[in-house]
Write a protein that binds this ligand. Sequence first.
Ligand code: XMP
Length: 244
Amino acid sequence: MKFGERLKDSSKRHGSKIILALDITGPQSSRAERAEALLVELGDSLAGVKVNFQLLLPQGLQGLARVAEICSEKALPLIADIKLNDIESTNLETVELLFGSGFDAVIANPFAGHNEGLSKVIARARALGKGVILLVYMSHAGAEEGYALKVGEEPMYLRFARKVREWGADGAIVSAKSLEIIKDVRRTIDPWQLILSPGIGFQGGEADKAIRAGTDLAIVGRSIIDAKSPRAMLREFNQSISDS
Ligand code: XMP
């Protein structure tokens, strides 16, 4: 089964279009434990889980073994948000380490290019049933300075959306705050390729609007994990999406 199908399957089984960003801050010694507790509490109502440097740097892959185990027990796809952007040898070694430690997909930066950049990473992921998701339009203000630059008549993000299709990546990351761009990307990539959108809640985007524009799954971090009741907040997100 392709990574995207596993993600959609998990979304259906758990009745959720939310990928939880486990961006735990605070004392390093308790981050993994907090992440594990959140997964035990919320895992059955999530589509997937995303880990960023807030956990990866202090814990390392070995320190995240239990996080990966819980995700695997709940058949929750686990995404490494490292925005991979290096030469092929480094990229390949990086994904071998991640995929060998229970990660199901990696977010990569198409600026690395195909030839000697990401082509073999995508092929390796495909061979293992893992996923590669490409950054197409980021959610912060500075995204305009790179992802919206015109190359000839074409904005960079449209070029990157075409790369998602041409390279056969599993999906695109597009800011939930940029609804017109989500629509453009949806029209450009193939129907089986997913759009995942961060920038929700804390950064001002709204999950239901992004989904109506063409996003498949919403990425949410601080609004849920730092809420007084993460469970109640997740329920609210799931409800607002299913009502929309
Ligand atoms: P919040 O707390 O803002 O967390 O809900 C969002 C999470 O997603 C990451 N993020 C992005 N990741 N492309 C990405 O690949 C983006 O455009 C983007 N915007 C936010 C952020 O680092 C955090 O983990």
